[in-house]
Each structure stands twice: as structure tokens, then as C-alpha cells.
Design a protein around this ligand. Structure first.
Ligand code: IPM
Ligand code: MG
Length: 370
């Protein structure tokens, strides 16, 4: 398959982690005889520094022509300190979501057996967790009318029926391929927009009789996610609740550096780690590239390259199992960098049957770490 991938490394650790995802995708292309081409473009604070805007026209045009977008991270503290600033790096990401109508954000939350003790939660509570969060991404309070003055400010949370319907069908279909359970998270006891969600989702549930629908208030869901995450299969929710709950859910997994996501529209798709720019870690070689690498696996899934995606996930599992991880997860070795994790997974893809058969001599591309 030929895929033209727009790469938007963005800010902070974005370029480092994205470089590992590209490395892994190139190894997959080689192994499976695909042709993947990569075209880089600016977004976020680095785009503001060079062009004055967070989402230059050129970036939009490169993404528009591409089959998929691989996104790194966005934001820089130097732009965080002025609450009155009208141009912000994050507008780059929000602009991409809006321009390409990427309305469905899919965030898998999986508790890896090898990492259970890395979570600050109890192992018996989180073991076996496997949740798919469907977060609405192109509407709601993020994109409603905004008003700001010295004395008053407001953000409108508005949803149209069609915006709720389209993601709801996708979420029900996802649940049909899993444990047949969908939990709608809302605040229908207070918010009118949530009441519309509940009415529409309940109505659509009739088309999916094999899926059990549960409705849960977001404050309760925030607690249930931590005390009993295994009860969830697919979670469907609006934009801001999804932002907050997915970040909370990363605690189950052990590191936010592991959570990948896919943002899907009818014509375009973007793949991005859920973590931010983590500017303090920039260029230190400590950023966890696995979220970006797993986002690349989601990209392959999107094009039905399931064996290819599975091989990447196997490489990730192997890396976690052998403690080939960055310091956020590693208590065994202290010298494993962002690049080394990428090298290991690349090497695994090149030699899936041979890599690291000898656990005492862990091979990382050209180098040996033990
Ligand atoms: C995310 C991020 C973004 C969001 C920010 C960077 C705008 O937190 O993708 O979860 O709020 O959606
Ligand atoms: Mg977030």
C-alpha cells in the first residue's frame, strides 16, 4: 500500500517521539513491502515562532493532500503566561480538528500486565482493564461561541443532533466488536446539552440491541473509572469530559506516555499521543515514545493493515516486558533513552523471531545495553 503521511511533530518532546514512530513505520514498510512517504509541516508554538500563526496555510494544504496525519505534541510555557493573548499554540491542534472535521477521537486505555505495579492504583483494581474512550472532538464547549471581557467571560457548550448521532453510531459499532457495552458519560442532571446527548444515544441504542447502554454522570464516572475501571468497555462522551477522563484514565496504565489516539473524520484522520509537549523534558532523551508509536499502529489499523499494526504492538509488549522503557516507567535500567526504545521496536519488527531471544544480552539495533 502507498501512504502519504503528513508529519506534524509540533513542540516540546513532539519531534523526538514522532521520530521514533516514523522509524517504526519505515521498518513496517520495509517488512511488508509498503511505500510510506512522510512530509513534515509546522504546527503550534514552533509555527508561531516561524510564521506568526499556529496553523499555517501550508500545513493545512499538506495535511489536506495526505492520506493521514501523524501529530506529535503542542504547547510551550512561554505562550502560557499571558491570559489576554489571542493567538495560542493550542489553536493549531484545535484548528486541525475543526478544519478536517475530526469528530471522533478514540483513546484506548489498556492496563498492561507488565506495568500493573507502575500505576499508583492497586493492582487488583486495575488488572484486566481494557477501555475504549470515544470522545467527541469537533464541537461542544471547545468550539462554542466565546466571549471575553475584563468583567465577564463565557464559553458556550452547544451540540447539534447530527454531531451527536455520527459519533454515537461509531461508538456502538465499536462496542459490537468488543464486550457489547457502551457507557454514555454526561451531566444530564444539570446540562441541557447533556440531556440532548442522552435522548439521542438512548434512541440510537434501539438500533444496536446486542449492546447494553449505561448512562453515567461525569462526576460519578470520574470516581468509577478509578475504583472499578473493569466495568467499562466503550465510553462515549462529549469533548471536554473526554479530555479530562482520558487523562485521568492514564493513571490506570501507569504513564501518560503510553496513551495513543486516533482522531477520525469522514475524509481525514490524524493520529496523536494524548500527552502534551512536556517542554521540561525536551531534548533530554527521556520522553516516552510509546504513545506515538502506538498512534502509528492505530494509523495502520485505520487502513486495515492489521498484521502490521499487530506487529508494532507486539514490539511494544516485548519492550515493556524486557524493561526497554524510558525512565517514567523504568526502575530496572536508567540508561534507556527515547531513541533506544524506538531502536528496539524497529529491530523487533525487522527480526520478530530473533530479537532478544537471549534476555541477558538485550540487543538494541547496533548497540547492546547489558
Ligand atoms: C488533548 C489535549 C488538547 C485538548 C489540548 C492540547 C488543546 O489536552 O488532546 O487531550 O484539550 O483536547
Ligand atoms: Mg487532554
Amino acid at each position: 500500500m502507498k501512504l502519504n503521511i503528513a508529519v506534524l511533530p509540533g513542540d516540546g518532546i513532539g519531534p523526538e517521539v514522532t521520530a521514533q514512530a516514523i522509524k517504526v513505520l519505515k521498518a513496517i514498510a520495509m517488512e511488508f513491502n509498503h511505500v510510506f512517504t512522510f512530509e513534515k509541516a509546522l504546527v503550534g508554538a514552533c509555527a508561531m515562532d516561524k510564521t506568526g500563526v499556529p496553523l499555517p496555510e501550508e500545513t493545512i494544504s499538506i495535511c489536506d493532500k495526505a492520506d493521514a496525519i501523524l501529530f506529535g505534541a503542542i504547547g510551550d510555557p512561554k505562550y502560557d503566561n499571558d491570559p489576554l493573548a489571542t493567538i495560542r499554540p493550542e489553536q493549531g491542534l484545535l484548528g486541525l480538528r475543526k478544519t478536517f472535521d475530526l469528530y471522533t477521537n478514540i483513546r484506548p486505555v489498556i492496563a498492561y500486565d507488565d506495568l500493573l505495579n507502575k500505576s499508583s492504583l492497586k493492582v487488583k483494581q486495575i488488572k484486566g482493564t481494557n477501555i475504549l474512550i470515544y470522545r467527541e472532538l469537533a464541537s461542544g464547549i471547545y468550539f462554542g461561541d466565546k466571549h471575553f471581557s475584563n468583567d465577564e467571560a463565557s464559553d458556550v457548550c452547544k451540540y447539534k443532533r447530527s454531531e451527536i448521532e455520527r459519533i454515537t453510531h461509531l461508538a456502538f459499532k465499536a462496542a459490537q466488536g468488543r464486550k457489547h457495552k457502551l457507557t454514555l458519560v454526561d451531566k444530564a442532571n444539570v446540562l441541557a446539552s447533556s440531556r440532548l446527548w442522552r435522548a439521542i444515544v438512548t434512541e440510537i441504542a434501539k438500533d444496536y440491541p446486542d449492546v447494553t447502554l449505561d448512562c453515567m454522570f461525569v462526576d460519578n464516572a470520574a470516581m468509577e473509572l478509578i475504583i472499578n475501571p473493569r466495568q467499562f468497555d466503550v465510553i462515549l462522551t462529549e469533548n471536554m469530559f473526554g479530555d479530562i477522563l482520558s487523562e485521568e484514565a492514564s493513571v490506570i496504565v501507569g504513564s501518560i506516555g503510553l496513551l495513543a489516539s486516533a482522531s477520525i473524520g469522514d475524509k481525514h484522520a490524524m493520529f496523536e499521543p494524548i500527552h502534551g509537549a512536556y517542554t521540561k523534558a525536551k531534548n533530554k532523551g527521556i520522553a516516552n515514545p510509546i504513545a506515538s508509536i502506538l498512534s502509528a499502529a492505530m494509523l495502520l489499523d485505520h487502513f486495515a493493515l492489521y498484521d502490521e499494526a499487530a506487529l508494532i504492538r507486539e514490539g511494544v509488549d516485548k519492550a515493556l516486558n524486557l524493561h526497554i522503557t524510558t525512565p517514567d516507567l523504568n526502575t530496572k535500567y536508567d540508561n534507556i533513552s527515547t531513541t533506544k526504545v524506538g531502536d528496539f521496536i524497529e529491530d523487533f519488527i525487522n527480526n520478530p523471531d530473533e530479537t532478544n531471544l537471549n534476555f541477558t544480552n538485550i540487543h538494541l539495533g547496533q548497540s547492546t545495553i547489558i
